[in-house]
Design a protein around this ligand. Structure first.
Ligand code: ADP
Ligand code: MG
Length: 285
C-alpha cells in the first residue's frame, strides 16, 4: 500500500465501553458479565476458543443481538437497544465473517452501496440525474476509488466481485465497510479461511486502517497468531466469560488462556503461528 492516497485522520473517534454485558439464549449464557474498553485509534482483539461468545459479542456491538444486561457505549452515546442501522449511522461499520457482497456486481458497485448511508440526493434525484445528484455521485465515486486504492483494489474496481480471489473478496468486504466512513470498524474473523499470504496482507491492511485513518478496530478472531502480531490489546473469552484482558504479550502467556485453548482441544494455541486452515463454518446474521 505504498500509493496510499490522501486520507484524513478522524478526530471524532471515541472510546467504546462494554460494561457488564450478558447475553442469554434460553438456558445458555453466551456472554456473562463481560466488560472491556477499546481505546480510540487502537486495534482491540476479542479472542477465544469456539463457542466462547465472540460472534455473540460482535452481534451485540453491531446491534443484531440485544444484551439482557449491561451497556455498550461509544463516547457518551449508549448503543445497546439501538437497531443495527442506527448504530451504523453513528459510525460503527462491520465486515462480516462470511462474505456478504453481490458477486455479480463490480467492486465499484459494491463499494458504492457502502456509500448509501452518506448519499443525500436520494434515489429519485439520482435516477433523474439532476445536477446536484450527479455531482454527489462523482464525489462518492472518487472516494470509492481512494478507498479501493488504499486496500490495493484500485485495479479491480470494474471487475465483478465473484471473479476475485478469496483474499481480494475479503478486502472488498472491509473496503465496503470503510466506505461508510466509520469511527469504529468491527471485523468478524477477517482471516478465516485465508492462506498465510492473504492473512499477512489482511493484517497489514488492518494496521494501515488504524494508522492512516485513525479509527478504532475491534477484531473478533480465532486465529491467535494474527491477533498477537497486530492487536494493541486483547480480550480473551471462554464459555462466555472474560478470562484475560491485556497486551498480546500478557495474554498469550496467561496460564488461564493457555488452559482454555488447550482445554477446548483447539489447535490454535497462543504460541501457535498463523497458518491454520480454519474453515468458516460459523455464520453471522
Ligand atoms: P464463538 O463465535 O466464540 O464461537 P458464539 O458467540 O457463536 O461463539 O457462541 C457462544 C455460545 O452461544 C455457544 O454456546 C453458542 O451455541 C451459543 N449461541 C450463539 N448464538 C446463538 C443463538 N442465536 N441461539 C442460541 N444459542 C446461541
Ligand atoms: Mg464465531
Amino acid at each position: 500500500m505504498t500509493t496510499a492516497p490522501e486520507v484524513t485522520l478522524r478526530e471524532d473517534v471515541e472510546v467504546l465501553t462494554v460494561a457488564n454485558v450478558t447475553v442469554e439464549f434460553g438456558a445458555i449464557k453466551a456472554l456473562s458479565d463481560v466488560s472491556f474498553t477499546v481505546r480510540p485509534g487502537t486495534v482491540h482483539a476479542v479472542i477465544g476458543p469456539n463457542g466462547a461468545g465472540k460472534s455473540t459479542m460482535f452481534n451485540v456491538l453491531s446491534g443484531v443481538y440485544r444484551a439482557s444486561a449491561g451497556t455498550v457505549s461509544l463516547g457518551s452515546t449508549e448503543l445497546n437497544g439501538l437497531r443495527p442501522h442506527k448504530i451504523a449511522q453513528l459510525g460503527v461499520a462491520r465486515a462480516f465473517q462470511n462474505i456478504a457482497l453481490s458477486g455479480t456486481q463490480t467492486v465499484a458497485e459494491n463499494l458504492m452501496l457502502g456509500r448509501h448511508r452518506l448519499t443525500h440526493a436520494g434515489f429519485l434525484a439520482s435516477g433523474l440525474r439532476l445536477p446536484a445528484a450527479t455531482r454527489e455521485q462523482r464525489v462518492h465515486r472518487e472516494r470509492v476509488r481512494e478507498i479501493a486504492e488504499f486496500l490495493e483494489l484500485g485495479a479491480k474496481l470494474d471487475l465483478p466481485v465473484g471473479v476475485l480471489s478469496y483474499g481480494d473478496q475479503k478486502r472488498v468486504e472491509v473496503a465496503r465497510a470503510l466506505c461508510t466512513e466509520p469511527r469504529l470498524l468491527l471485523l468478524d474473523e477477517p482471516v478465516a479461511g485465508m492462506n498465510a499470504e492473504e492473512t499477512e496482507r489482511m493484517a497489514q491492511a488492518v494496521l494501515e486502517i488504524r494508522d492512516e485513518l485513525g479509527i478504532s478496530i475491534v477484531l473478533v478472531e480465532h486465529d491467535m497468531g494474527m491477533v498477537m502480531s497486530i492487536a494493541d490489546r486483547v480480550t480473551v473469552l471462554d464459555f462466555g466469560r472474560l478470562i484475560a484482558d491485556g497486551t498480546p504479550d500478557e495474554t498469550q502467556h496467561d496460564p488461564e488462556v493457555i488452559r482454555a485453548y488447550l482445554g477446548a482441544g483447539d489447535d490454535s494455541t497462543p504460541a501457535d503461528a498463523v497458518d491454520r486452515d480454519h474453515p468458516h463454518e460459523e455464520s453471522s446474521p
